[in-house]
Ligand binder design. Sequence first.
Ligand SMILES: [Zn+2]
Length: 276
Amino acid sequence: MALNLEQSTSLIVERARQLVSQLVEQRGHGKPPFLSEEYAPLLGIKRIEKADLGEVSAILIKLHDGDVIRVNQNHNPARQNFSCAHEIGHALLSELNLELCVEEAEFRTFNPQAPALARAKARERLCDAAATELLMPEIVFKKYLLALGASISSIESLANIFRVSISSTAIRIAEVSTEPCLALLWRLRPGTKSKVLRLAWRVGPGKKSKGKTDYMPVHTLIKSTSTLYKAYQCANPVKCHKVFRLDTGVKRLPVESKGFGHGEARYVISLAFPDR
Ligand SMILES: [Zn+2]
């Protein structure tokens, strides 16, 4: 069976949705948070153990009488929740025999070293897609997003309600928001003394699939004199406009930004709205 990445993603997300329904039925309500430890028994995962795993976030250990997830106790609870859900994603991947499909999938590239890496990346992306649906089920997340509004100020509340990280929440907003929305993350440029923020990633609008407009900021570096940089320096959200390049030209979009985290780990999340 040859499946491309998109087909594999729908299969694993569909399986994650079944687990969500099963959990909702079992506990008699569909209110967040949805926690990894609630899903684990549904898949015969015996327990989740906390351990010092160094650089590793979590591992799925196959034992003869059931699986065990070991998660890094040094990470914050939101990150632990996602790491465990990601490992549940690996369990679903093998249950659905999708690992083989990913092996066989065609990855067009001119670099002979790249296919193995691309397959590994594809596997991890499938597990992340499953984890996202488990912890932030699309229907439930949309309901809360609609109530709070697609705004930079809603991210923290949603992250607390669903017990996931700020960045996972921002990505989910960009994926499922009814109003088209992009999420971007900016970080200080490492190894330089100059205070410049660099674009680390961007997601949306919508789930990544062919045919969607690809918005890329014309300027991927933010100087300390720019309005967006103020979000890095202070606690309040900052509003500005940024120019994005798309296939058909350029477009100036309203952007809301807010800084999160402290010290070296500080970063800025922006939400951009193509239709506003
Ligand atoms: Zn993984």
